[in-house]
Design a protein around this ligand. Sequence first.
Ligand code: SF4
Ligand code: SF4
Length: 417
Amino acid sequence: MFIFSPFLIVHLILFFYPLFDYFYLSGSITILVLFTFLIITILPSKTTPLSIVDSQSPIDERDAIFHRFYTIKPGSKEFETYYKSRPEKKEIDNAIRELPELGEPGARSYHEFTSIYQDATFDVVNKISREIEWTPENSKVVTKASPEEFSSRIKGFASYLGADLVGITKLNPAYIYSHIGRSPGKWGAPISLKHKNAIAIAVEMDYEMIKHAPDSAATTESAFKYFEAAKIAMTVARYINKLGYEARAHVDGNYRVLCVPIAVDAGLGELGRLGLLITPKFGPRVRLSIVTTNMELQHDKPLNFGVQHFCSICKKCATNCPSASIQQAEKQVIQGVEKWQSEQESCYRFWRTQGSDCSVCLKVCPYSNPNTMIHNMVRWIVKRNNLSRHLIYYGDRLFYGKFRNTKYKLPDWHGKE
Ligand code: SF4
Ligand code: SF4
């Protein structure tokens, strides 16, 4: 990355030289000032990591929004039982039920062809996610190897299958759902998952598709990458089974665990203001899947590349959120973690009004920018110190504006929305 520094110096000189000239500073003073400025902005400074300040406890999968809208049907025993235990959610949920279903006519962005791309892709994801109940026998032959060797083989295989990021962590029991909701199995039954380790897998979402958010092209991309992440996790889990160990894939529509905190522990990225994982290379522009296992593995370390500090300055996701669901204010302690809160009901209500999975927050996040040389240089600088994050914040507003454009040309195969 240091290779970029000379480019940066040249750009700074060209950019600021007229200004220095105006103030009658000599060439050598100009270069000295620029060097000092450069050194100050790249010197590493301490950054605050995500703080866990209290004990954490498992979450009930029945409180997840998709369980409430896709698993329990009005009039069913499960529906009555759920809202009896959570009466405060009944009114808002019933108001959302009045809106068109995702991908169906009546929503703002509905289109007879393009909305069906997202619908068809999610149908396949839902179908294959059910196959996880297929529980093959572990191999009778138990292959022995060191945790380092198993970890290296699993990461290599997952990358070959298409994973863009893979990390491994000890499985925190607080990140296992307490009761079955949306995932297959007896509704409301306590979840017992004895696995000690978790493998987090991330697949990049295509920037060209995501920039069409909140229209359905972004949702089709999201569904497609859920599919890819599911395929990789299921194959990796099967590989571990065949080596003689227990393993379970956790994929869209069939999770027994929470993906984001596990991915944070596994060193894939940090939790951002928008409530999603922010990775160093792709920002929040990823889809996740998890494999849990009893195989002994080597653990990765969580990352700290300045996201907590940058998010405290930036707020672009919150400013651009069409439903004001992302917290503008300071962090709160939620489930023992100091973080920004997103409101899932108002977010989902917007999805139903729009007819897509929105993803505007993900699109506008400066960390989502594509992997060009200039953006990678900015990524390198932004993780260095507090001053550079303030400068990058103003740079982002200067080049991209406070609100991001939504008028992009769709790929030819996709056609108009
Ligand atoms: S998906 Fe859209 S509505 Fe939901 S939090 Fe992000 S920007 Fe807001
Ligand atoms: S848009 Fe800004 S505040 Fe929101 S997650 Fe991205 S960096 Fe953080």
